[in-house]
Design a protein around this ligand. Structure first.
Ligand code: MTE
Length: 331
């Protein structure tokens, strides 16, 4: 339970909802971008691209990419609609409360120290291990996944992540039968990640934690990203390694993960501790379950209008459109 009832600053302001009259046809807009010289910055930064080709991947990541980049196993996951969100928008409109509660935290997030990163895998497992980034890249071949991304605040994007399925870490760890849940912990250092001025950081249950069940983590869609748009993950996206769980609301994907613990009981998590009625422990994307303060029936796609912060509205899909792969987890 939260220590105090805090006004929720992540509530979407009315002004972010694009009026019906401002909507443009997405495909018409994209065609116009291709033909027009305006896109220079957005396109150069990755706007409107189809899934990445091997040439798009930077040399550092390419060294450890699985061959081929898009294996048969992940073909299903690279065809998300609508087209990929231009990188310039995805990388400047972020939630990373360790660095503040506005969407424009990308300059502050550059303070995140990512050298000598370690990820501890522990708890109820046969093979506890602490990985550094080289270990992770050598052991788990990288692949690309283009996933829809749906924030609980009802904005959405389509992002080309690079990383590896979470189940590979799970298989290497070999959880014991007693392990039922997994707790993921983000980097936290009160000197560097001072949190937002409002709500007061002192009342937030740092470090940021999230959880999955063991079968959720074992699902092939659950992913650890170390790159995005063909580059090493930028700090504001949760460098050097963050969770991507595309059928759940975005807050279930902890950034800058330092610890993965297999545990017996459902662990407490950051947002659920702050506001349990608003941020459930399961939090699968579901148009029929409203957030207490707004409907989840529709979502606003970032960067699909005539300027970066125009939004196009579309229907929310159950499990964010991934029911075919995950519904059986909840049968
Ligand atoms: N992880 C940490 N450590 N701190 C955060 O504040 N915000 C979550 C999630 N993971 C958050 C986090 C929320 S609310 C969302 S919507 C996504 O990160 C946003 O990811 P993005 O900024 O890369 O789009």
């Amino acid at each position: 339970m939260p220590l105090i009832q805090i006004p929720q600053p992540w509530q979407l302001p009315e002004r972010s909802i694009t009026p019906e009259s401002a909507f443009v046809n997405r495909r018409r807009f994209l065609k116009s971008l291709v033909g027009a010289s305006i896109g220079a910055s957005a396109l150069a930064l990755g706007g409107c691209r189809q899934p990445l080709s091997d040439d798009d991947i930077d040399a550092d990541l390419r060294k450890t990419l699985g061959q081929p980049l898009r294996s048969q196993a992940n073909l299903d996951f690279v065809e998300a609609e609508p087209p990929i969100t231009p990188q310039v928008y995805a990388s400047t409109y972020n939630n990373f409360y360790e660095f503040g509660s506005t969407k424009g935290i990308w300059p502050q997030a550059q303070k995140l120290p990512t050298d000598d990163w370690k990820v501890e895998v522990s708890g109820l497992v046969k093979n506890p291990r602490t990985y550094d980034l080289d270990d992770l890249r050598q052991q788990f071949p990288l692949e690309e996944r283009v996933y829809r991304f749906r924030c609980v605040e009802a904005w959405a994007m389509v992002i080309p992540w690079i990383g590896f399925p979470m189940r590979l870490i799970l298989e290497a760890a070999a959880p014991t039968p007693a392990a039922k849940f997994v707790r993921f912990t983000s980097f936290y250092d009160s000197q560097l990640t001072s949190g937002p001025a409002w709500p007061p950081s002192a009342y937030m249950p740092w470090p940021y934690t999230e959880s999955l069940t063991v079968p959720e983590m074992a699902n092939d869609l659950a992913f650890f990203a170390v790159g995005v748009y063909g580059r090493t993950l930028p700090k504001q996206h949760g460098a050097p390694i963050r969770m991507v769980v595309p059928w759940k609301y975005g807050f279930k994907g902890a950034k800058s993960v330092v610890k993965i613990e297999f545990v017996k009981e459902q662990p407490a998590t950051f947002w659920h501790t702050l506001s349990p009625n608003e941020y459930g422990l399961v939090s699968n994307v579901n148009p029929e379950i409203s957030h207490p303060r707004w409907s989840q029936k529709t979502e606003r796609i970032l960067g699909q209008g005539t300027n970066p912060f125009d939004w196009e509205k579309q229907e929310t899909l159950l499990y964010n459109g991934y029911g075919e792969y995950v519904a059986e987890l909840y049968a």
